[in-house]
Design a protein around this ligand. Sequence first.
Ligand code: BT5
Length: 314
Amino acid sequence: MLENRGEYISGQELSRYLHISRTAVWKHIKALEEKGYRIESRPGKGYCLQEVPDLLYPAELQRGLKTGYIGQAIEYYEEVDSTNKVARQLAERGRKEGTVVIAEKQTRGRGRLGRYWESPFKKGVWLSIILRPAIPPSAAPSITLLTAVAMARILRSEFDVDALIKWPNDIYIEGRKICGILTEMKADIDLIEYVILGVGLNVNFEPGDFPSELRDKAVSLKMVLGRDVSRVKLVQSFFTKLERLYELFLKEGFTVIREQWIAMNMTLGQKVMVDAFDEVYQGVAVDITCDGGLVVETPRGKMTFSSGEVTLQR
Ligand code: BT5
């Protein structure tokens, strides 16, 4: 029906094509309408698909998706507390690498260190991916960085925006945050059991949709482009790009991706304040290591951070 959008197909044709009764066809049409698909039915002519809802239904995300595993299994929620939390529960139950948990709304979206992530209904992309990389835990921070590279590349190539990466997990456009990444993992000393890669991207927020404390700090694609953006194609492109970079990382390590990260970053060369290990360090961010750690030239000498909160000082 999607391929024939705007054209009528008779109930008989659909029933023959789907090998179900005409009553069953009618029931499915009603179920689709309840999900927000607009379908016109005319006696003697049949059914005509008019409009597909802008929702992140697995069937929509998986149509034409050319990945090997990322997004090939999707758990969809209209509302959930946190997709990272649900993905973790699924990973504990042995769900496969590449399984995605996606929601239209999160009631307790999480940032790092107990912070919150504002995730209202349909305004963005809130998703988590289960990964099971056979790498040592010390290499895991690279996954956050390669995800930022995948997202920044998609934002640049599909929307022609100047997306910049702030170490370690943020993407900024026009000086405001548009995307945050929360990577959590379960590992023993030398092997990762699973990584939960959580990504939040602000898509169709209007300025008034943000709580007042975020209004000067956050931005959405709609605010930058001045138009609504369809989330389905964006998510598909992101899955494809992410899987390609993740595969590259597993085969060749972070070095190749490091170059791309450097080309799109807004942290290196800047005066920074790093909040890590319960202390605050000041200095100039000078490099990232082959594992994605941030190297800062401080008055006490060069220091490398594998995690931490960076404030850019202008
Ligand atoms: C992050 O934390 O940036 C990671 C955000 C990850 C969110 C995704 S959504 C899907 C998945 N499921 C989850 O539960 N989480 C992940 P952090 O660097 O700690 O930044 C958090 C800070 O960003 C907050 O303290 C706010 O100041 C700000 N913030 C909150 N919501 C925002 C939004 N929608 N846009 C921009 N900034 C926001």
